[in-house]
Design a protein around this ligand. Structure first.
Ligand code: NAP
Length: 262
């Protein structure tokens, strides 16, 4: 991959109808890329696509549903060989421990881990066909930096993103021999409809447009790990090296503060 600018690519982008995904549509379309964009809401996809009718094809699919993905698979080569999949669709459901309910854990794991894994059922054959022609092929997985610290109420979300990151790194090892790259994106807080629901302080939050720029720049530089904003991710990296007992005390104090705040 070129270190400074991406060549014009054919991309499948999931979770395109809102937030970071919608901002990525604008960022990538402005730079000439062609995209199959998907989500569950046709109208939201159409609203985005109308600005770049030559470059965007919309397809509705729930990423947790194998049948809907199978229907979408025939559209991945709408613009020609698929060069990149950007698996961004995700959710965040918080657990209220007083009303402990494992369906919260299941909802996060189903969308964030299994949904992403299911997308690869249809994406990998298309990317392999591209590699067979000697061209680069890339899987980009939008995870999160939230799981780097045991945040209050994030049992389901953090576990799903920790698992997703492990999945991505393991996949990177297995696909290396085929020359298919795997990129992991680990954002901090980004202002989107997902975080607009939050009722607690979100330090160093960036806009969805800034997040899309950071992801695009990271891809153009050929980075395999894209984490931002640096002030947030470095703070978490420092916390991670503390002894577990200290991490536990900090996390419990933050949980008490969150309870007071809510
Ligand atoms: N915002 C943050 O602070 C932040 C931080 C770290 C990581 N992230 C990650 O970034 C990604 C995008 O989040 P966002 O903040 O932009 O949230 P968002 O505005 O709620 O967007 C989520 C997107 O995912 C799609 N989606 C959700 N469930 C889906 C499903 N089952 N099938 C198909 N599409 C589905 C939604 O589309 P439909 O509703 O049309 O289906 C929507 O386009 C997520 O993976 C999230 O975990 C976000």
């Amino acid at each position: 991959m070129n270190k400074h600018a991406l060549p014009e690519l054919n991309i499948w982008l999931t979770g395109a109808s809102s937030g970071i995904g919608a901002a990525l549509v604008q960022e990538l379309a402005t730079h000439g890329h062609r995209m199959v964009i998907s989500g569950r809401r046709q109208q939201a996809l159409d609203d985005l696509a109308k600005n770049w009718p030559e470059q965007i094809h919309t397809a509705v699919a729930d990423t947790t549903c194998r049948d809907e993905l199978a229907t979408l698979s025939g559209q991945l080569d709408h613009f020609g060989d698929l060069d990149m999949v950007l698996l961004n669709a995700g959710t965040c459901e918080y657990l209220e421990v007083a009303d402990y309910d494992s369906s919260i854990i299941e909802a996060n794991i189903t969308t964030n881990l299994l949904g992403t894994a299911r997308c690869l059922d249809i994406a990998l054959p298309a990317l392999r066909a591209t590699r067979a022609k000697g061209k680069p092929a890339t899987v980009v997985i939008v995870s999160s930096s939230a799981w780097w610290f045991p945040f209050s109420r994030a049992e389901g979300y953090g576990a799903s993103k920790a698992a997703l990151t492990y999945f991505a790194h393991s996949l990177r090892a297995d696909l290396a021999a085929e020359g298919i790259e795997v990129v992991v994106v680990s954002p901090g807080f980004v202002k989107t409809p997902l975080t607009d629901r939050n009722d607690f302080p979100m330090p160093f939050m960036v806009s969805a447009e800034e997040a899309a720029r950071r992801i695009h720049q990271g891809l153009a530089k050929g980075n395999r790990e894209i984490a931002f904003p640096r002030r947030f991710t470095w703070s978490l990296k420092v916390l991670r090296v503390l002894p577990q007992g200290l991490i536990d005390r900090l996390a419990a104090a933050m949980a008490r503060n969150t309870d007071n705040h809510a």
